[in-house]
Design a protein around this ligand. Structure first.
Ligand code: ADP
Ligand code: MG
Length: 349
């Protein structure tokens, strides 16, 4: 039996955290949001394979912490297991930057409010600092990753065809939209090879963000859900189409525009997707060729949610207690929709 050398261990584990171009963008956006940014610029060259640059205006990284920022399991967000049950930041594992260093050439520019000037850092493969020098950026952090997956040639080859690259760019756009909706007061801009692919200015609320993302016409076809049960540990706000038959405005052939969040974290929540599908099937009389655009944000006491299931944190475990809350929620969901459908029917007859 062989003990793997540290560089191989690092590469194997990093390849799991950073498994696609989209996963890099996800980790870096979450870091910017955790840093309190209100403006996030994402620039890609050659679909992100040659260069990914994410710049934010967040709190920056204090000089006392920069030596650790690229090191595995160093995080400013979690101290012990107790913290994990009340964690409200997107990140907590201290894995993203170190993994990114293992699979690309990383440099970071950062400035806190109290720093006089920003500092540019070039990082080694193992996350240690190769060199640093003063630079001229404003407050916030820029993370630049070049030559992604240079040490994982098969992973890089996944993006060999233009079709695969374009599909990944679409996934990145959808990912950015999912954060842009749930964080309406944050400005987002995605550029690819200098062309703007998608952008959203700062807006006041989720409704305005939906209007910007999908158009006013789509938003005006939606109803608001505001569910507050007796137990303060669980509530739901969201928007769903009031008239599912209006495919042109709301329909997609898959569920990738059903945005589901738990405590503002985009998640896969199969039970809720099932509920939407079930209702939609009924409305479409058994034909499900279009899914609606739906935005549902569950606020659940963080003690009842386990987000530490897999590296992307989109799969979560919920305490049984949540399923007890869920039951009245679905009745509420169905009732709201049914009531609206009925009123619409009555109006049109
Ligand atoms: P985690 O997010 O789990 O803490 P990361 O590897 O993503 O781990 O980041 C390591 C640390 O680097 C963070 O805990 C944070 O202190 C700092 N950091 C990373 N990105 C940013 C950013 N955009 N702005 C401010 N600090 C950042
Ligand atoms: Mg992180």
């Amino acid at each position: 039996m062989n003990k793997l050398v540290p560089s191989v261990v690092r590469l194997i584990s990093s390849g799991q955290v950073i498994h696609s171009i989209q996963s890099v963008i996800k980790e870096l956006i979450e870091n910017s949001l955790d840093a309190g940014a209100t403006s996030i610029d994402i620039k890609l060259e050659n679909f992100g394979l040659d260069k990914i640059e994410i710049r934010d205006n967040g709190c920056g990284i204090p000089a006392t912490e920069t030596a650790y920022m690229g090191q595995k399991h160093y995080t400013s967000k979690l101290r012990d297991m107790q913290d994990l049950s009340s964690i409200m930041t997107y990140g907590f594992r201290g894995e993203a930057l170190s993994s990114l260093c293992a699979v690309s050439d990383v440099s970071i520019v950062t400035k806190t409010q109290t720093d006089n000037v920003s500092t540019f850092y070039e990082l080694h493969y193992d996350g240690t600092i190769k060199k640093s020098k003063p630079s001229h950026y404003g407050q916030g952090t820029s993370i630049i990753a070049c030559n992604l997956f240079k040490s994982l040639p098969v992973r890089r080859q996944v993006y060999k065809t233009n079709k695969k690259c374009k599909e990944e760019l679409k996934r990145i756009e959808d990912l950015i939209i999912s954060y842009a909706i749930i964080k309406p007061t944050v400005r987002f801009c995605l550029k690819h090879n200098k062309s703007v692919i998608w952008q959203k200015c700062q807006v006041a609320d989720i409704g305005s963000a939906i209007s910007v993302a999908f158009g006013r016409a789509v938003f005006s076809e939606m109803i608001t859900i505001n569910y507050k049960g007796e137990d303060p540990a669980f509530s739901l706000r969201g928007y769903i189409p009031k008239n599912y038959s209006n495919d042109e405005l709301t329909g997609r052939s898959n569920s990738d525009r059903c945005f589901i969040y738990i405590n503002q974290r985009p998640v896969m929540f199969k039970g809720v997707l099932q509920a939407i599908k079930h209702h939609y099937l009924a409305c479409q009389k058994g034909q499900i060729n279009k899914w609606p655009i739906a935005i549902l944000d569950f606020t659940i006491d963080s003690k009842l949610v386990d987000v530490n299931v897999e590296s992307s944190k989109t799969q979560v475990y919920l305490s049984f207690k949540v399923y007890q809350f869920q039951f009245p929620l679905f009745i509420e969901l169905y009732n709201t929709i049914d009531y609206l459908m009925l009123t619409l029917k009555l109006k049109s007859s």
